[in-house]
Structure formats: C-alpha cells, structure tokens
Design a protein around this ligand. Sequence first.
Ligand SMILES: Cc1cc2nc3c(=O)[nH]c(=O)nc-3n(C[C@H](O)[C@H](O)[C@H](O)COP(=O)(O)OP(=O)(O)OC[C@H]3O[C@@H](n4cnc5c(N)ncnc54)[C@H](O)[C@@H]3O)c2cc1C
Length: 590
Amino acid sequence: MYKAPVEEIAFTLKHVAGLAPALEDGRLGDLTDDLVEAILSEAGRFATEEVAPLAEIGDKQGARFIDGVVKMPDGWPALYKAWAEGGWNSLTAAPDFGGQGLPHMLHVAALEMWNSGSMAFAIGPTLTIGAIEALTTHGSDHLKTTYLPKMVSGEWMGSMNLTEPHAGSDLGVMKTRAERRDDGTYRLFGQKIFITYGEHDFTNNIVHLVLARLPDAPAGTRGISLFLVPKFLVNADGSLGPRNDVHCHSIEHKLGIHGSPTCTMIYGDGRFGDEPGAIGWLVGEENRGLACMFTMMNNARLAVGMQGVAIAEAAMQKAIAYAKERTQGKAPGWQGSGMSPIIEHPDVARMLLTMRVLTQGARAITYACAHAIDMAHGDDAKHWAERASLLTPIAKSFATDAGVDVSSLGVQVHGGMGFIEETGAARLYRDARIAPIYEGTNGIQAIDLVTRKLPQSDGNHIRGFIAELRDIAAKARAANTPELGETGARLEASIADLESATDWLLATLAEGKQAEALAGATPYQRLFGLVLTGAYLAKGALADGGDGRNGERAALCRFSAENIIGETAALKDRVINGAASLAAARAALG
Ligand SMILES: Cc1cc2nc3c(=O)[nH]c(=O)nc-3n(C[C@H](O)[C@H](O)[C@H](O)COP(=O)(O)OP(=O)(O)OC[C@H]3O[C@@H](n4cnc5c(N)ncnc54)[C@H](O)[C@@H]3O)c2cc1C
C-alpha cells in the first residue's frame, strides 16, 4: 500500500526546487518551515490513510451512469466531503474568498500525494482549483462573490469544457455557440465531450467553465469566449434556483481512471427551463476566452504533470516492496539460503533504480515549475514568468511520460503478477496512460516548448537557464567525490547536447524552417527533461551533506549520470539530423 514520501517531498521542495531560500528571504510572506512540515505531513496522512484505501473500489466499480445521474464509487462522496472539510481546496485560493493564499509549491506537493492515493479521485478537485484560479483572475465581481466562496470551501465543484468531437487539439474549429441576451447574460448551445467530473454526486451544484463562440466572432481561436454555466442557477441570496439547461448525456468506458466520470455534456437542447439555451455569464472579455482558459490550463498542465509523478511514485513503491519479497533463482554472489529476492538480480535492480531516477527527476522538475510560478508574483516577475512558462511543457510531458514508463517497469518487475489486476500494478499503468494525452497532448507541449518558449526574450532566457545548469555540473565536478563518480563530466556533456540542440532549433526557427524544427520537437523535449533530471539529482546530492557524500542521494545521482542521461547524445542527433529522413520516409506511411 502507498505511503506518502513526505520527507523526500520536503527535501526536494526545499533544497532542489528553491523553497528553502525563498523562505529564508521572506519571499513567501509569513510561511514558516514548521507550517510547511505540518501541511505536508497532514496531506500525506490523508493521501495514505483515506484516499489510497479507496483507489481499488474506484477502479473496480467506477463511476456509473444510472437514469441520467452519475453515481460515484462507494465511499467516494464521503471521502470528498472529508477532503473539502480538511480545507484542501483552499490552499492556494485568495484569502478574500476563504482561501489560505499559500504558495503553489505546497499545493503541487499535496497534489502529488493525493494523486498517488488515487488519480481518478484527485483529478476532480484539481479541476475545481483550476476553475477557482481562472475565475479569481478573470471573473467579474458578481461572479466572484457568487461562486468563489462555495467553490473554495468545496461545497461546489468546477469543470472545464473545451473539447468537442471534431475540436480537440485544435480548439479553433469548435462549434458550441453563445447568444447575447438583453439582461447581460448569454444562452449556450452545443455539445462538449470528454468532460472530467462534468456530472457526479459529490456536490449539489457544478460550475462549468465553457468555451463557446459568439455569432459575430472572428474565425479561429481569436473568436472564442469563456462562460460560466452553473448546473443549477443561483438565487440572489446564494441559494440554489432552478436547473439550468445543461445535462450529462452519457459517460465513457475507459482504459483507466475508472472512478473519474468522463462526460458528454449537452448545452441548450431545451431539456430544462422555459426556453432552450443554457444560461451563462461571460468570464473576461468577449473573444478573449482562450487566454482566460489558459490560466486554468497552465495550472492544469502542471497538475497533470503531478499525476505523472504521483503514479510513478506509487508504482515504484509497489515494485520495490514486491522485489524484496518475491524470490527466484540465485543472484550472482547471493550468499543466503535458498532463492534470492529478485531485487538482488542486477536487471531488476536496474529497473527499480531507473524507476527511482525518473520519479525523482520528474518530481524535481514539476516542483521547480511551481517555484517559478510562485516567484513570478514577486520581484523579477518577468524572469520567473518566463521560467514558469518554459518549464510548464517539460513538467507536463516529462512527468507524464515518466508516469507511463515507470508504471510499465512496475508491471515488468512484478512479472506475470504485474499483468494480473490483484497486485494493483496494472491499475497504475492503465491510469497513467491518459496523462500524456489530456491537457494538451505531449506532442502539443513539445510544439509549445520549441516554437513559443525557446524564443522568449530572443533566446536569452533559455541561454541563462543553461548557464545555471552548467553551474550545477561544475559544482558536481569540483566536489569530485567517489560517490558521485562521473557525475560532473557526464552532466556537462548532456548540457552541451542541450545547448547544441537549442542553438540549432533557434537558428532553424529564425530561418522560417518550421517543419524541420517541429520534426525534432518531442526528442528535444525529452532531452531537456533528462538534462534537468541529471542536474536536479546532482543539486540534491550536493545539498545533502554539502559535498555529495551522502550515500543514497549521491549513489542515485551517479546512477542517473552514468546510466540514464547519456541518452541525450542520441536525442540531440535526432533533433539536428532527424528531419530529412522523417520527411523522406513519409512515403512509407502510404
Ligand atoms: C479521460 C479524458 C478526460 C478528459 N478531460 C477533459 C476535460 O475535462 N475537458 C476537456 O475539455 N477535455 C478533456 N479531455 C479531452 C482531451 O483534452 C483531448 O482528448 C486532448 O486534448 C486531445 O484531443 P483529441 O482527443 O481530439 O486528439 P487529436 O487532437 O485528434 O490528436 C490526435 C493526435 O494528433 C496529434 N496532433 C493533433 N494536432 C496536432 C498538431 N497541430 N501538431 C502535431 N500533432 C498534432 C496529437 O498530439 C495526437 O497524438 C479528456 C480526454 C480524456 C480521454
């Protein structure tokens, strides 16, 4: 059973991602080390003792669609109630609306633990928190005072409605339409698919944030507006009024996250109300909806990255425990009586250590992204906003790929039992698979990274970041301890690969050769994630004891440098030299 790794999480937050210096400098207001510890350990306890035990029933029973109503798995409504009463929805929300105004770093750490407990459960509250952020940033005072207090307290949940049958990655072609009414409200008509927690029995109202198009809107993404559409209309005194003209038509049968209802939502077919049309309120300005939704999506992208870390951690814990118990054969040098535990076999140890490196690397990258988001509210805001936007696609993609890779290795470590549902390893693998797809596929993240994030400040931001990474490598080289092995030199080589690939991409984009640059976008994204993994593991090893001598952390860092991050050389080659063969081989696809 999963046990929240609170100590490792606290260490990574403080000594790798930047929480400790931010606390010391007072950049996080009144937040103290004691409060950080208290929040992390209570979030960890909740994840371990309350969420994780209900993951299996959520998977087996799933969310069910019965007579037009979504019934959540047994025990889950009470779990949600306990979660909301614990105040967990309010961690980062604004104090004006009942929130605690705490940094994102704490939120993502808590998210990691809840998602390790059950990803299908944690995704619901995550979307509500994203909706709270979008409303806080872009909503009118009327919308904020009407909806935010109840969303922050958890009394109502939110959902995010972008996708339509023909409009997934390309939202510019969406058809859901909105009509203006004289009283300042709008009426919405259309169908949204794949809407997570679009309907459920956790709360008595659901606040849908919906993208739609006005009749006179320009074509494409510049003609999309964002609306708030409640399931039940809200009276002036805050009580619930009549049902709005929106309902869930059906829910999907899926590979994983069975407890999370994935809903087809129908807006404005006349099922409820006096006249057809779901009543909605504009959030932000007309035709600026995508920019508003991006507030929610950036938050959600990092949150989905946390799902990758979370699944990886849970899969790794399960695999290590199994490998210590299961005995087969005799490992080289095994002195014990009888068969050796499989963890003693070099190939099994290799799998487990790879799992640990990818998990810890993904954790460090996602936390560093959250740190940049927190810092972007203070001095040097431009620098930190650029860092956050550079790290977001890497955090989302590298961590969710790690979730799939690590949970797949977890199945492998279990052998045949991994393929049998009883162990739970298979559930983690099935759950992990959605994360590289939703919130912008990892391919779309790679395009964002290469075409929008690298050119920030004429390429100077990324160059500055590479210089920071070089500094870590230089410190590892200077430490020169046997425990760190070749870390300094290997990390320097990987950083050089990142630099060459970056320079090539910036030059290729500047020449207008978009197709050539995009052919290597995903290998580049992976390359970047591996370099960051190596650098952050080294930073952690150096911080632990000051000289990289601490056994466990230094050993893992060395393993990553000498066994994992060397892939960057091949990835660099694919970025720089892969486009021509890709274009030529298109014929092979028919
Ligand atoms: C379980 C689940 C929950 C979801 N929850 C929500 C939700 O709450 N709200 C919501 O609005 N949506 C939700 N979605 C939808 C999800 O965000 C989309 O499925 C996702 O964005 C991909 O869109 P698509 O499925 O239409 O795939 P497509 O856009 O058709 O993509 C198919 C493939 O083509 C690639 N591709 C597409 N365009 C390009 C391009 N320009 N360049 C390169 N490659 C490209 C993609 O990377 C992908 O590999 C959910 C989906 C699932 C399965």
